[in-house]
Design a protein around this ligand. Structure first.
Ligand code: ATP
Ligand code: MG
Ligand code: MG
Length: 408
């Protein structure tokens, strides 16, 4: 489909699902990660371009760059300094004078990987987010004053970098929480966010593409996937419901428009996962943005005309980006529900859920090949699509009970 090799920084489950999508389109992918990373397990023999190493090490990223025509990410915690250097050395794909080979741009990733810088970027562009302030103090009194400036408690204390699955967040509900919060995040750069009293969390995957315009220039545009409702437990995504339950279609359109507007402020093409808070009065705030396919977009594999993974590969490829046309991100079914399979108390607890799901006609089981499970670790997911939300909620119900009983 495309003669170019796509190099991916990171080879976890998102990389693995990128590889799955790449296979069907006969797109070559090279992964930078440990030798047995989930993404490598499923295309080892066919591919000698993989690099063993870390996306956080410059020499390893350079090695991947030497084997790939286009560089992209499945995780934002990468070394952006080496990407900046690579961009300066040769910015464009070999036989194209203006298609950047790093997609999306390293600048996008640098801004997004620092969650406070990301918040400031969004605020600068007039995108509504929870008010936030940098925390340069380790004194409880100092943080108390910052909380007051944010309108008082509660607030969410957050690590600026290296955060995922809520590891890096500490909710401060009352004054007594301030000290333990500062202690538990003591070794990390911090910022504080005003509490967002949301009634629901939503997410929108947005694909940014580029079409050749006049001369050698490209014009970027965005398309939104359907809005999905995300249900978190202990700050980890547990379930997604698409379309979101009890959210008027007008509000869904507003969420898509806001997500597209936010993504359009960043440079480069690809899929972006946009997390939103829906407040009581139906107004929307953006929580955070990922410059890559996202957990809350897994449902697109079974439920949409094109998955977020296929969308990402096509969007970052110069010859395929313009093939993503309106309609391609639409739902092909009426409803979809996705349940994350987390690790439990035993190394193989998660397999109980996977086996039970296999007995449900139509339940699609995805296992990531991560080896032993640990509590809270994402080991796989299950998607069920159907004619109505009530039909598939009934089907998924016994699995939710099972997940809860394993966890308890
Ligand atoms: P991810 O795995 O999505 O990258 P993360 O570690 O970056 O997670 P956040 O998305 O910042 O963490 O927060 C995780 C969850 O914590 C949110 O989905 C939401 O449930 C809750 N949360 C975050 N910020 C706030 C806030 N300002 N007010 C209320 N709840 C919040
Ligand atoms: Mg995050
Ligand atoms: Mg998040």
């Amino acid at each position: 489909m495309d003669s170019r090799t796509i190099g991916v920084l990171g080879g976890g489950q998102l990389g693995r699902m990128l590889v799955e999508a790449a296979h069907r389109l006969n797109i070559r992918v090279a992964i930078l990660d440990t030798e047995t990373a989930p993404a490598k397990q499923i295309n080892q023999i066919a591919n000698s371009s993989h690099v063993t190493g870390s996306f956080a090490k410059s020499a390893d990223v350079r090695q991947l760059a030497s084997k790939a025509d286009i560089l992209t990410y499945e995780i934002e915690h990468v070394d952006t300094k080496v990407l900046e250097e690579l961009e300066a050395e040769s910015p464009f794909v070999a036989d194209s004078q203006s298609w950047h080979r790093i997609q999306p741009s390293w600048q996008t990733v640098r801004t997004i990987q620092d969650k406070y810088a990301q918040k400031q970027h969004l605020a600068k562009h007039g995108i509504p987010t929870a008010d936030s302030k940098g925390v340069g103090t380790s004194s409880p009194q100092g943080l108390k004053e910052i909380a007051l400036e944010l309108g008082g408690l509660p607030i969410m204390l957050k690590a600026r970098t290296q955060a995922y699955d809520g590891r890096g967040n500490y909710p401060i509900m009352k004054v007594e929480d301030i000290e333990p919060a500062l202690k538990s995040l003591s070794d990390r750069p911090l910022y504080a966010e005003r509490w967002a009293p949301f009634k629901k969390e939503l997410a929108v995957m947005v694909v940014k593409t580029a079409q050749e315009a006049s001369g050698d220039q490209y014009e970027q545009s965005t398309l939104a996937f359907p809005v999905t409702e995300t249900v978190h437990e202990d700050s980890i995504c547990k379930l997604t419901y698409t379309p979101p339950r009890e959210v008027p279609s007008k509000v869904q359109r507003q969420a898509q428009d806001l997500a597209r507007k936010a993504v359009s402020t960043f440079q480069g093409t690809g899929v972006f996962g946009v997390e939103l808070f829906l407040l009581e009065d139906d107004t929307l705030l953006i929580n955070e943005i990922a410059p890559r396919p996202h957990n809350s977009g897994h449902y697109t594999i079974e439920a949409c005309h094109m998955s977020q993974y296929e969308a990402h590969l096509r969007a970052i490829s110069p010859d395929l980006s313009s093939t993503i046309t309106p309609g391609s991100t639409d739902l092909a079914v009426n409803a979809a529900v996705m349940l994350n399979i987390l690790g439990g108390p035993q190394p193989d607890s998660h397999l109980l859920v996977a086996r039970s799901a296999l007995k449900i006609p139509g339940a699609k089981v995805h296992l990531y090949g991560k080896g032993d499970g640990r509590p809270g670790r994402k080991m796989g997911h299950i998607t069920i699509v159907g004619k109505s939300m009530s039909e598939i909620e009934q089907k998924i119900h016994p699995l939710i009970i099972l997940v809860d009983s394993i966890r308890a």
